[in-house]
Design a protein around this ligand. Structure first.
Ligand SMILES: [Zn+2]
Ligand SMILES: [Zn+2]
Length: 163
C-alpha cells in the first residue's frame, strides 16, 4: 500500500459526504451497549477506530450531535447534514483525536472485521458470537490491548493517548 492509496472508502446514504480511511483501523469494536442499539436501531454497532487525520473527508461537512455513551464519557456523532447517516463518532478520553467509523458506511464493510465484541452484558440473546473473536462484558482493559490490537495497533493507541 502506498501512502496515497486509501485502505478503504465510504460515505453516507445520499452521497453528500464521502471519506477515505488512509490506513487500516487500529481496532474494530462491535459495541453491544444499549446506547449503540438505540442510536443505530440495531443489535450492535461496528466501530472501526482510526486516527482522525487519517480519515480524509470530502463533500459536505458532517454535523456533530452530542450523545451519551456506555462508558459515561459521552460521544460526538458526526452525521451527514442532508441524509443524517451517522458516519463516525468521537468517544471519551481520545476525543477528536480518534474517529470511530461506522463500518456499515464503508463501500466494502467486509474490510473491517471485528477485533473484539464489547459491552456484551447487554448483547441481545439471539446474537451468536464467533468464539474466535474476543468478547468482553464491558470494555477491554489496558492489559488486553497488546494481544487484541497487535504490536502496531497498540503503539498507535499509545501514541493517540500521549498526544
Ligand atoms: Zn448523506
Ligand atoms: Zn456502544
Amino acid at each position: 500500500m502506498t501512502e496515497h492509496t486509501p485502505f478503504a472508502t465510504g460515505g453516507c446514504a445520499c452521497g453528500a459526504v464521502r471519506y477515505a480511511m488512509m490506513d487500516q483501523p487500529y481496532a474494530v469494536n462491535c459495541c453491544h451497549c444499549t446506547d449503540c442499539q438505540r442510536e443505530g436501531g440495531s443489535a450492535f454497532a461496528v466501530n472501526a477506530a482510526i486516527e482522525t487525520p487519517l480519515l480524509q473527508m470530502t463533500g459536505a461537512e458532517p454535523v456533530a450531535i452530542h450523545l451519551a455513551s456506555a462508558s459515561g464519557a459521552g460521544q460526538t456523532v458526526m452525521r451527514c447534514p442532508r441524509c443524517q447517516t451517522a458516519l463516525f463518532s468521537h468517544y471519551g478520553a481520545l476525543g477528536a483525536k480518534a474517529a470511530f467509523v461506522r463500518a456499515g458506511t464503508l463501500d466494502n464493510p467486509a474490510l473491517c472485521p471485528p477485533t473484539a465484541h464489547i459491552w456484551t452484558a447487554s448483547k441481545l440473546p439471539w446474537v451468536a458470537l464467533d468464539p474466535a473473536i474476543p468478547a468482553f462484558a464491558a470494555f477491554y482493559a489496558g492489559r488486553d490491548i497488546p494481544a487484541l490490537l497487535g504490536e502496531r495497533g497498540a503503539e498507535r493507541l499509545r501514541t493517540l493517548r500521549k498526544g
